[in-house]
Structures are given as structure tokens and as C-alpha cells.
Ligand binder design. Sequence first.
Ligand code: ARG
Length: 459
Amino acid sequence: MALRDGRLKKGLHGAFLRVNQSIDVDRKLYREDLRGSAAYARALRKRGILTADELRLISEGLTSIEAEIEKGTFEFREEDEDIHMNIERRLQELIGDAAHKLHTGRSRNEQVVLDERLYIMDSVETLKERLDTLFRALVEKAKLHLTTIVPSYTHMRQAQAVSLAHLFLAYYHALKRDRDRLVDFEKRLKVLPLGSGAVAGSSIGIDRDFLKKTLGFKSLSRNSIDAISTRDFMIEFQYICVSLFLTLSRMAEDIIIFSSEEFGFYTLPDELSTTSSLMPQKKNPDSLELIRGKTSRIIGNLLAIITLVKGTPYTYNRDFQEDKEGLFDTAESCSDALDLMSEVMRGMGVNEKSVNRALESSKGALFATDVADYLVEKGLPFREAHAVVGSIVRHADENNLKFGDISLDSYKTFSPLFNEDVYDLFDYIRSVNSHDVIGGTALKRVAEEIKRIEEELKK
Ligand code: ARG
């Protein structure tokens, strides 16, 4: 007897069948659903609703179902709508009437959010591990390139010389904030919804504390209406993934640009590159383009879930069935992208020659701020120093001179404050080391930061 046969006279219309079902998508939740049911059966036994024999039958039935699904022999049926009903149907086939008792006092409204929370709990663990792997790759590269001095860019124009390690650690910091967000999010995620019933709370006095401990939750939902209505845990999780992807996408963009023929700072490993079907010389950064490209879809998924929730009346609405596809896509893509980016960071080479060529091509303009600081040191207000150095840059440009090639007499025509020691400025290591504050690119500061992060990663 199908679920609907009691209340409804007719079977489902063909046009509705395809739309009604979600088994194509939510079959992914089978493990979570089975875990939830196994725990619930034990709670029913504690409550005296199942006999010891019935509990044994149910537990064994659920284990067989897991094996069938994993072997690929389980028959998923559209007419059973979703993962919950498919498992319920199969359990009944396997063990008979005892299966029907499993649903005493339990609603799919709470079952579906339980499964989703369990799924996300698992994803959070995976993402934290993958992030840690990427962190180690970033720190390794930073250690290798502490003294590799590169131009930094603002507006994609050369700005000031920095340690390349400082850039790698910038990526680390952005991603570390997302890892912290994941950890903080866990206290809102690990709230057990089971025991909420369809809307008003369980009517059979189920032991929620037992369920909480068995399923690895940290606390109990305190309002059954809220517990089955909210999808904020999905929104928050997906926002964190979007934030992660924004950094990955910008890293991808950096690496694509800096590995181009024009820059040549980085070389990409062959195994993460592709070639062209037509142009034999091509080595394309598709791995990074795909990370950048997937970011759009991940942002779309966040917008979809936010829009899905808006305007739904309290409490459960069937609209919510549409909340899973984007979740799975985002969680899986995020972990794949982190994995791929770790490989990129590990395998990427840095071409010191090209980096030095870029420094030289700046003709010393990367020192412009150092020269302004020099004049400030000699007593000139910064705005005036800024204007003086601006004129020197123009002069150097027009006469195709490097800063170091301009004669002292010439410097003195721009300001009488210039002395022989101005030439000491034109050394990139000195320039980098002048940014000697916490958070600055001075080599000893960056080295300290590498050490601090390594300690953090050990924990
Ligand atoms: N497949 C449904 C979903 O994903 C499960 C909950 C169904 N609840 C209901 N009252 N029809 O939302």
C-alpha cells in the first residue's frame, strides 16, 4: 500500500511524477538517511516501541540496504519520490511489517534536515582537511621564495617591491579566515532537529539527548517550528564556500596572468595544463580557468538557495526539495577545487629570471615611494615629496633613464635635499626591508610570519 492510498483516490499523474520525485538528486543522502534511521530505531527501542527482535531486524535491514546501494543493486524508484521513501519501501520488502514501526512519531520534514545537516557536517570535515593541505603547500612555497623579490601590483600596475612569500601568505590569510568561519559555523550546524516531528515536536517522548550523542550533534534545536523551517545552515555553508571560491578564483587569475608569456613569473606543471587542438605551441592553464569558471556556478547556487527560502511561509514547504542540488554541487566542487589548487601550488615553478627582468623593466620606478620617504626623512612634507618624485619619474621616462642612472646634480635640481646617499635606496632587498611592521613585507617580518603559521598548522 503506497503512502498516498489512504487519503487520495487516484495515483499520481504522469506529468507530476517527474517533478515530484527527487530521488535522482537526494539518493546522495543515503548514508546519512540510514545512519539517522539506525539511531532512531535504537531510540524507539529505548522508548519501548520496538521489541529487541524488531530492532535487530531493522538494524540488519538497514545494513543490507547500505550494501545494496554500494554494490549498485538497489533499485531506486521514481514513484517512491525521495531517498527516505525508497529506503522505507525497501526495508519493508526486506523485513516486513517491523519496517512500518520505524516511522513512529517521525516526519520526513525533520528527516530531510537531519540528513542535510549530517551531510554538511561531513563536508565541513573534508573542507578543513583540504584547506590544511593547501595551507601547507602555500607555506612550503613561501619558505622557498622568502627572498624572491617581485613587483607588487595595484590597479594591475607595478607598485612596490615585495617578497613573493608575502603574496603566497596573503592567500593563506584569506583562506584561513574561511577555515575559521567553518569552525565557528559548526556550533550552529551541529544542532539536532530530530524530535521536531512534522512541525509541533515529537509526540512519543523520544530521547533526544540519546539521538544527539549517537549522531554526533552538539546541541538540540529548541523550537520544532524553527527546526523544520530553517535552511540558514545551508545558506551559511554555501556562503563560506563562495568566500573560499572567491579567493581561489582570484589566485587562479593571478597565476594565469603571471604564467603568461608576457610575465613568465610562474611555470605550470604539464599535468595541470592542456594544449590546443590546433596550435601546437600552446600550454593552457585550463585547471585554473576551470576553478575561476566554477566560481560563477557556486555563486549561483548561493543565490538560488537564498531565493528559494524567501517568501516561503513558515514552516515546511515542498519548495525546499529544491535545496539539495546546489548544496551537493557546491560542497563537492569546493573540495575538488581546493585539492586542485594544492597541486597547482605544489607543482608550480617560479622563474627568477623573468621576475628580475620585470624588476629591471620598472627602471627603478618601484623605488619611487622609497625616494619620497627619503625626502620625508630629510624634512620635506610627504605631499611635496610626492610631487618632487613625480617629476623625477617623468624626467626618467622622457630621457629613458633608470633612477640609479640620474646624476646627483640632476637630483639636486629637483630638490636640494638630495645627497650621495640617495643611491643607497636602489636596492630591492633594502626597499622590501623598509616595510618593517607587523604585517609588512620586511623579510624578517615575513620569516616570523612563516614560523607563526607553521606553529598554527601543527595544532
Ligand atoms: N523530499 C522532501 C524534501 O526534500 C522530503 C520532505 C518531504 N516532506 C513532505 N511533507 N512532503 O524536501
